[in-house]
Design a binder for this molecule. Structure first.
Ligand code: VGL
Ligand code: ZN
Length: 198
């Protein structure tokens, strides 16, 4: 098996002090850096929204951050403005080793569709190209780490398992947002999809 490490969204806005801070988001950086040495291929993902993105509560006028809404592609949590292209909040955490990355996959650029997964936008149809990249490099096993366990790590892991990869999530190297039980639901969903939770 050729194994890739996928580091999900380890960006300033998801770390303490950021616009959509995940508790303890910065605690996992050193462990992830150390883990990179064990993998033939390292891929980083970057949440990369245009200003005014439709996943932002501020784009809906009458909605507050963390409220839910219905989008044409299904339910969507509305977020504080975060990871806006070219802003400091969208940069990787400064402690993250980015020099060994084989590829950086950006997602969430379509103003009308959010993209939690590294593989597909939230319509579950529009691909990011990551599957093609991994297949053409002969990769069949993935380990996922990063932020946030219950959103982007979860959606990426479930999509990867459905696409036929052997998938592990290192829970100790992830941190969760945990809105209304979303972490427990995500762990159940990943388990049911055949993801190994370590
Ligand atoms: C994420 C919410 C909005 C994540 C990204 O990386 O988990 N969560 N955008
Ligand atoms: Zn986002």
């Amino acid at each position: 098996m050729t194994h890739a490490l996928i580091v999900i969204d380890l960006q300033n806005d998801f770390c303490p002090g950021g616009a959509l801070a995940v508790t303890g988001g910065d605690e996992i950086v050193a462990g992830i850096n150390a883990l990179m040495a064990e993998f033939a291929v390292v891929i980083l993902t970057q949440d990369w929204h245009p200003a005014g993105h439709s996943s932002f509560a501020s784009s809906h006028g009458n909605k507050a951050p963390f409220e839910k809404t219905e989008m044409p592609y299904g339910p969507q949590v509305l977020w504080p403005d975060h990871c806006i292209q070219g802003t400091p909040g969208a940069e990787f955490h400064q402690g993250l080793t980015t020099t060994h990355a084989d590829a950086i996959i950006r997602k969430g650029m379509n103003p009308a569709i959010d993209s939690y997964s590294a593989f597909f936008e939230n319509d579950h149809k529009t691909p990011t190209g990551l599957d093609g990249y991994l297949r053409t490099r002969g990769i069949d096993a993935l380990t996922l780490v990063g932020l946030a366990t219950d959103f982007c790590v979860n959606f990426s892991a479930v999509d990867a398992a459905r696409l036929g990869y052997s998938v592990s999530v290192r829970r100790d190297l992830c941190r969760a947002i945990d809105l209304d039980g979303s972490l427990a639901a995500a762990e159940t969903g990943m388990h049911e999809a055949g993801v190994t939770l370590r």
